[in-house]
Unconditional design. Structure first.
Length: 127
């Protein structure tokens, strides 16, 4: 098969601002950029999924968990595995993330990025 997922694209009011947040959070580098679009990915020689960001002037942040039927629903979220959930949560908050009120699990921390997209930091627990 010749098809493969190369990147996930997130819309935002400011693609460059959101790309900067994830670049710092993940230790990624800018691979390509245009006035309304940015592609970031892992540094050369490391594995990981690239992320793209596109400026959308009419962007409306999703609501999670959904409270009202008319809310803009979350369409997807990113799961980011970390070694130390407490310290990486503190670092994400220092970079501009917000903590979600609802936290469904002890080994997962749900946050919102600066554009309001929910994302999860998680750590493996011994089985």
């Amino acid at each position: 098969m010749s098809a493969r997922l190369s990147t996930v694209v997130l819309d935002a009011r400011d693609a460059h601002e959101l790309a900067g947040f994830y670049r710092r959070l993940l230790g990624y580098v800018v691979r390509s950029e245009e006035p309304n679009w940015v592609l970031i990915g892992p540094p050369a020689g490391t594995e990981g999924t690239s992320l793209s960001f596109e400026t959308e002037p009419a962007y409306v942040p999703p609501v999670w968990p959904t409270r009202d039927p008319g809310d803009q629903q979350m369409m997807l979220h990113l799961d980011i595995e970390v070694d130390d959930l407490e310290s990486e949560t503190a670092r994400a908050l220092a970079e501009g993330a917000r903590l979600a009120e609802y936290q469904p699990q002890d080994d997962v921390c749900v946050l919102y990025d600066p554009s309001g997209h929910p994302f999860c930091l998680w750590t493996r627990t011994p089985q």
